[in-house]
Design a protein around this ligand. Sequence first.
Ligand code: HEM
Length: 490
Amino acid sequence: MLLDHFKSNSTLFNIFCACLTVWLIKHLINFINRLRKLPSGPWGLPIVGYLPFIKKHAYIQMTELAKKYGPVFSFKCGQCDVVVINEVKAIEEAFKNDHLLARPNTTFIPGFKRASSLLEMSGEPWKQQRRVALTILRNVGFGKLTLEEKVKQEINMFIDSLKSANGAAVDFGEVIKLSVANNISILLFGHGFEYTGSVINNIEYFSKFMFMPSIKFFVFLAAQFNSELKKVTSNQKELEEKITVEVIKHKEKKATHEIEDYIDGYLQEMDKQKDSNTSFNMDTLRRNTADFYAAGADTTTLVLNHMMLYLITYPEYQQKIREEIKQTIGFERQPDYEDRTSMPFTMAFIYETLRIATITPLNLHRRSAQDTKVMNYFIPKDSIVIFNFWAVHRDPNLWNDPHLFKPERFLNDDGTKAVKSPNLIPFSGGKRVCPGANFAMTELFLYLVSILQNFQVSAPKGDKISHEVVYAFNRILKKPLKVHFHILSL
Ligand code: HEM
């Protein structure tokens, strides 16, 4: 019909063509202008951009690209501009930039509603959710002795279970995962929680697709035919269903009871805000809880796995830490987080593990909410912005022999103090810094000291210790970590 109209009226057709040409030229000029202003970087293909060239260990590739294009470079992925910031000074500047606090407009998990959790939100709703979450978690125990006591009880049970293995090789990754998950569960649900799946699975596809959130829908479609990918979506669904059951139980508790955990606090906040139009609702509660659970359990577990790997690789460091235990805590009393101040080598060992493992080598994506600049590099509105922590933690200008595991680098000259370098940024920084950093550090210290207070750890005889990792958002040890726990005879 429209075509017939055009055929019979050539003036109308000409006007249409002229409009289309103007529109195309305008878009082309905008496109070229934006491209000219963006930091330089590698070229890709039409439509998909650089996506087909992204390698499995993308963080290593990004670090290499920075050597060629400079500390801040960019590339296209579909319609997204991706800006990667690789140098510590530039990242520190970006931490302070309020225009870089937003997240991409898509979800991190294929097939899930976008931006409905605090981890994925931007702007005012994110501020509200984060403020309330931190207040609740502080009130129910974050940074308080009561919570530390509960973590210590969990560790006690964990140590007992290792003792009952009677020296048989234990799959450390499997047992530590459950113990760490119990700690975060206490904070969220007020008690342990039965869930053995992992939300962020060992799926290497993610290392690529995370660069192009706009195609997450297609990843979701692909997930229907790929059993590994399907597991991520079904694990997330299962976790959220279990959380829903928890929420219902919490609602059934007496309205007057004290706030004991995150769900209690959130329900109370929802009640307070029920008449105003806010972001506090059941869906967000479920998603926030699931995110806290995944962000809190998976990450700490991964670092503890890497820590165990370095303990069995370098038994001499076990001895050094045990020497500090002997001088400060002894072998009877359970450690307190406070003991860290008199255990410099132990803290240096933890810092070095966080540096060398860099379990999250490329930060959770940020988005520029406005046109902005970092170190005079222009970042247009709605670019995906990635901080490359790997590049910082392996920068030879910041660390001697960055590829070697050397805890001593975090000690002062006479070895009496652990010095946390400002170049160590595993928890990110600025207003969107990981809210669980202190809790994670407490756990790392208490698990490490408790294990070495009770056991000498080693790989099974004849086993080749593997440092191989796979990359799927996080750097995950490729092979199960089999460990012998020999009870210390003192
Ligand atoms: C060693 C363990 C951990 C590491 C290495 C780690 C690292 C990170 C990183 C790099 C971010 C991104 C921050 C940004 O966007 O700039 C993050 C965010 C987050 N982390 Fe952690 N984290 C750890 C443990 C925890 C724990 C124990 C919890 C909870 C108790 C937690 C909860 C979160 C949450 C909720 C966010 C999102 C914050 C937001 O978007 O505002 N993390 N974490």
